[in-house]
Design a protein around this ligand. Sequence first.
Ligand code: ADP
Length: 169
Amino acid sequence: MIAIYPGSFDPVTLGHLDIIERASRLFEQVIVSVLCNPRKSPLFDVPHRIAQIQACTGHLPNVAIESFTGLTVEYARLRGAGVLLRGLRVLSDFEKELQMAHTNKTLCDELETVFLATSTEYSFLSSSVVKEIAQFGGMVDHLVPVNVAQDIYRCFNKTPPAATPNITP
Ligand code: ADP
């Protein structure tokens, strides 16, 4: 069974990587699909996000990375995928994800959405949290793969560890 794991991955975090590693043990092939969303202005462009994920998933032979635009269900059909994989962290994820799963089911009955629960240590972790910390020079090494931490500091022109906070009375 082929599973697609679509998302923004801007950038990929250890939470995403945990889902990818666990999924690679459950499915014959996992395709991590980087969404090219014209409505979002990402920190990293799509080729860069693909390269970042490739660099930290090289040890997983049944994982491939690519990008797509358009309807996820059509993309899944083209790839012959039977599973659309998503991760769940908190209750607020659930509402949005369930709505999306039901919508996709109306568009393609054969595609099953499968949710993997986050590992406890990553339940707070999102790409936005990482970007917020990094832009103020905070430590993100424990939140993202090493290559991504380097990219993100370069991008924000910061050097780890955390810079002294600038307090204005
Ligand atoms: P999107 O914009 O599609 O939500 P994201 O890159 O934010 O893209 O997330 C892609 C998928 O990974 C989503 O299903 C999201 O719930 C899941 N995910 C994100 N962070 C984590 C995490 N820390 N643990 C488990 N799943 C996660």
